[in-house]
Design a protein around this ligand. Structure first.
Ligand code: NAD
Length: 277
């Protein structure tokens, strides 16, 4: 069958706007989202707050984290913020203490903070390779390691790691260090899911395709993005909210029996490669 991906035709019956009340509820829960000052992490944090959670915005950029927390508070949500470098175990320990003090528990951890590079292997400095793995993979390890004792004591927890479709093929927008870090994160997710499940802790990953965020804008120009969106069967790039919907599901009790999965949220991009030329 030959088909041409394109802009979907408008539905004859207009769809109602998504109603926050139909999102999974997280009342009484505390959620930590790393790298939540902007982009996908910010949309995830908003989703948890709309569902009634206390959300902790943890980001290297403390000023932007404060603004993001302020916006959630202005919308009537419960949030706090902390300037945290996820590669620093002492700062990560403070983050866990902050979450328990501010929200009364630590129920959900979303490892979202990441950095990217575009260089080919021969042009990647060793220091850059190590830094990308440190933030994207070791950062998730350190946050999970610090959160797990609290979650095990509660016999309840949800950890969602934000990987990438790069984990399952290559990345068109990033270098090998990024691809390797995300493949490692998916493997880490699977292993940790097995270790933690007996204590009532679900660990899963989301693998976004290209998402309209500052990270993507930094590595791909408008024309590249237009070409890329034509190659996605669903006909467009993701929004941060597309990703947040999947994360909220995996962090909810609707997904209690989902363990160690890496869910592609990519508009069908991994199903096949369509060359718009
Ligand atoms: P972004 O660059 O817009 O935001 C990342 C945030 O992480 C920033 O606020 C930054 O300050 C923070 N951060 C960076 N290093 C940190 C550190 N050491 N400690 C704490 N915070 C740190 O990124 P985004 O596009 O929103 O991406 C979010 C996640 O989604 C990342 O894991 C990324 O790899 C993944 N992802 C993004 C895309 C995309 O197309 N944007 C595609 C696939 C996967």
């Amino acid at each position: 069958m030959h088909r041409t991906p394109g802009t979907p035709k408008p539905h004859p019956t207009p769809h109602p706007k998504p109603d926050p009340l139909h999102l999974p509820r997280f009342d009484g829960r505390t959620a930590v989202v790393t790298g939540a000052a902007r982009g996908i992490g910010q949309a995830i944090a908003r989703g948890f707050a709309a569902g009634g959670a206390h959300v902790v915005i943890a980001d290297l950029d403390a000023g932007a984290a404060a603004s993001a927390a302020g916006e959630i508070a202005a919308e009537g949500g419960h949030s706090s913020f902390l300037g945290v470098d996820v590669t620093d175990s002492a700062q990560v320990a403070s983050l866990v203490r902050h979450a328990v003090a501010a929200g009364g528990s630590l129920d959900i951890l979303v490892n979202n903070a990441a950095i990217t590079t575009t260089r080919i292997v021969e042009e990647t400095d060793e220091a850059v390779w190590r830094k990308v793995l440190d933030v994207n993979l070791t950062g998730a390890f350190l946050c999970a390691k610090a959160a797990l004792p609290v979650m095990r004591a509660q016999r309840y927890g949800k950890i969602v790691n934000i990987a990438s479709v790069a984990a399952k093929r290559i990345s068109f927008n990033a270098g090998a260090s990024y691809t390797a870090s995300k493949a490692g994160l998916v493997a880490f997710t699977r292993h940790l899911a097995y270790e933690a499940a007996p204590d009532g802790i679900n660990v899963n990953a989301v693998c976004p395709g290209p998402v309209q965020t500052p990270m993507l804008a930094a590595v791909a120009d408008e024309e590249t993005l237009r070409t890329r969106s034509r190659s996605i069967p669903r006909g467009r790039l993701s929004t941060p909210e597309d990703q947040a919907g999947a994360v909220l599901y995996l962090a909810s009790d609707h997904a209690s029996m989902v363990c160690g999965q890496a869910l592609d949220v990519d508009g069908g991009a991994l199903l096949g490669w369509y060359d718009p030329e």
